[in-house]
Design a protein around this ligand. Structure first.
Ligand code: S3P
Length: 173
């Protein structure tokens, strides 16, 4: 299979802990496409963990980096499967770029599942000090309309295996 079988990027979006990174990897493998994990790329560029970037430079700085990276990706000729950060939809300009340059997949999960997946994870600065199902629910409610607005396809990840979810996504494409 060609590395460039798609004319557009495939953006994997959704809340923290919805499985974006592992599902993006699987989809990229299946399609023999390049993969970009935005959070890891930002960590490498800053030589700092996401958590340290938030604490030492602030969320605003992180959002600038995130936007600049998305811009760069969309300008590239190499089409990639892109695992985005959960907050990518918070900037209207990002929503515009996602819609214009890619096929957007929204991974959905229940607050309860997100809670159990993330409760042993210290790497989510926005939830680290204040993790509860209620808080996850509240953040999700605030973001759902933005995810919905940008999505071309959505899929529940709560009770499915990664391989099955990736297959559903590839079938949609
Ligand atoms: C964030 C999600 C994180 C990371 C940062 C902010 C968010 O990515 O970009 O901590 O605002 O939802 P994941 O969705 O990969 O956890």
């Amino acid at each position: 299979q060609s590395k460039y079988m798609f004319q557009k990027h495939i953006f994997i979006t959704g809340f923290m802990g919805s499985g974006k990174t592992s599902i993006a990897k699987k989809v990229a493998d299946m399609l023999a496409m390049n993969i970009v994990e935005m959070d890891s790329e930002i960590e490498q560029r800053c030589n700092q963990s996401i958590s340290d970037i938030f604490h030492m430079k602030g969320e605003g700085f992180f959002r600038e980096m995130e936007h600049a990276l998305l811009n760069e990706i969309t300008e590239s000729d190499v089409k990639s499967v892109v695992s985005t950060g959960g907050g990518i939809v918070l900037k209207e300009s990002n929503v515009h770029l996602l819609k214009k340059h890619g096929i957007v997949i929204w991974l959905k999960a229940t607050p309860k599942d997100i809670f159990s997946r993330l409760s042993n994870d210290a790497q989510r600065p926005l939830l680290k000090d204040n993790m509860s199902i209620e808080r996850i629910e509240k953040m999700m409610n605030e973001r759902d309309s933005a995810y919905r607005q940008v999505a071309d396809f959505s899929i529940q990840t709560s009770h499915e295996k990664i391989d099955d979810i990736a297959l559903e996504i590839v079938k949609f494409l």
